[in-house]
Design a protein around this ligand. Sequence first.
Ligand SMILES: O=C(O)c1ccccc1NCC(=O)[C@H](O)[C@H](O)COP(=O)(O)O
Length: 195
Amino acid sequence: MYVKICGLSDPAHVAAAVEAGADAIGFVMTRSPRRVTPERAAELAALVPPHVLTVGVFRGEDPETVRAAVLASGVRGVQLHGRHPHGDFTALKDLGVRLVRAVDAQADLRCGAYDEDLLIVDAPHAGSGLPWDWAAVRGRPTGQWMLAGGLDPANVREAVAAADPWGVDVSSGVETAPGVKDSALIRAFLEAVRG
Ligand SMILES: O=C(O)c1ccccc1NCC(=O)[C@H](O)[C@H](O)COP(=O)(O)O
């Protein structure tokens, strides 16, 4: 099970996620209580070993803004959240980073339909921490897709059983308050997934 921990802003939490076995780490570079600047993301990404994917998270920014942030931060993945048009993914292809499309369950759920490498199926309100009807997407997404939205150490096994995803993505569920990550919760989430 592929695991992405999203919305990190502190070196100690980056270290906790890496040590606990996360496959990917997200840095939010759009409007959010978890927002970091590209310069801060660069400092954090420098702490991450090559086998862990670093992902910059964006929502609504134009491709040139995303490109500039990717080049400044050095992240090796780009997550475009929400209904970005296909052309936004095409415009970033030449960067050579992994492209991640994050959408709600009403969108096209075929991973690769927008030339992305990975798909995230998320709650209607990204980063809200609110659980939703995970079972409703069971069998619908295709390819390498992660379930997100309201996951936490206590419910992630139930969510995986309900939706049968390839991976999981979490932010609020490993926090004590919006934007405040907790190393023990990060470890507990990885333990719950990998069991
Ligand atoms: O986390 C945010 O605040 C955010 C803001 C704008 C776009 C995306 C955002 N988060 C993206 C994520 O990948 C979250 O991890 C995902 O939506 C899951 O959120 P949560 O329910 O908090 O676990």
